[in-house]
Design a protein around this ligand. Structure first.
Ligand code: HEM
Length: 177
């Protein structure tokens, strides 16, 4: 029997037939074997530990980097409000940003354990090394940025921390498996 609905089996799009159920079961078993234990009956999509690892890494990254972009956008508004507004907002951002940075590092180490670093190209290794330097730079610059009371140093470290995070993001995306 053939229904009008279509389903993905691997790369192919097939009409739903009795055979699809068999294909679906095979796909599901293969997905579970790959560690995609939540995939269930959805074929052609994996959801498991690998996806959770990537989601958590990118969640940390999005708060650390995206939060800085948001702060840049809010700064003129906060200055307009005046008083302690910029300082209070920066402190509020710090309470969210540092745990997010911690999450990025912990999940980054998890990434390293999952990616077989003995089995990557020298280009990948170089990108990874540069990214690690950028991670140290963004963390150190942000720490200096929030602790200095010299406006010039605050400006330079703010820009440096942001640029390093953005560059780490670009390199990270090229490293994705
Ligand atoms: C601000 C800091 C960081 C940024 C912006 C960043 C960004 C990214 C991005 C965008 C990806 C691609 C995600 C994907 O689609 O798989 C990625 C992957 C990766 N990151 Fe990071 N990351 C940061 C910190 C770290 C740290 C500290 C480590 C290691 C200790 C790390 C190790 C990795 C590895 C090994 C991958 C490849 C994962 C895979 O292929 O499955 N990252 N990162």
């Amino acid at each position: 029997m053939t229904a009008a609905v279509q389903t993905h089996v691997g790369e192919k799009v097939l009409p739903v037939t009795d055979h699809t159920i068999v294909f679906g079961r095979i796909e599901t078993e293969a997905a579970i074997e790959r560690g995609a234990w939540l995939t269930g009956i959805v074929t052609g999509i994996d959801f498991g530990a690998d996806q959770i690892r990537t989601i958590l890494h990118l969640l940390g990254v999005s708060v650390w980097l995206g939060g800085q972009i948001l702060m840049l956008g809010l700064l003129p508004v906060l200055r307009k409000i005046g008083g302690d507004a910029p300082k209070l907002a920066a402190a509020g951002f710090g309470r969210v940003a540092w745990p997010a940075f911690g999450l990025t590092i912990v999940t980054g180490i998890w990434n390293m354990l999952e990616v077989d670093l003995g089995d990557v190209t020298s280009g990948y290794n170089a990108a990874f090394g540069i990214k690690m330097i950028l991670v140290v730079v963004t963390g150190m610059a942000a720490a200096m940025h929030q602790s200095t009371n010299k406006p010039a140093i605050r400006g330079i470290t703010g820009a440096l921390g942001f640029a390093a995070a953005l560059a780490a993001f670009v390199l990270g995306a090229t490293m994705a498996h």
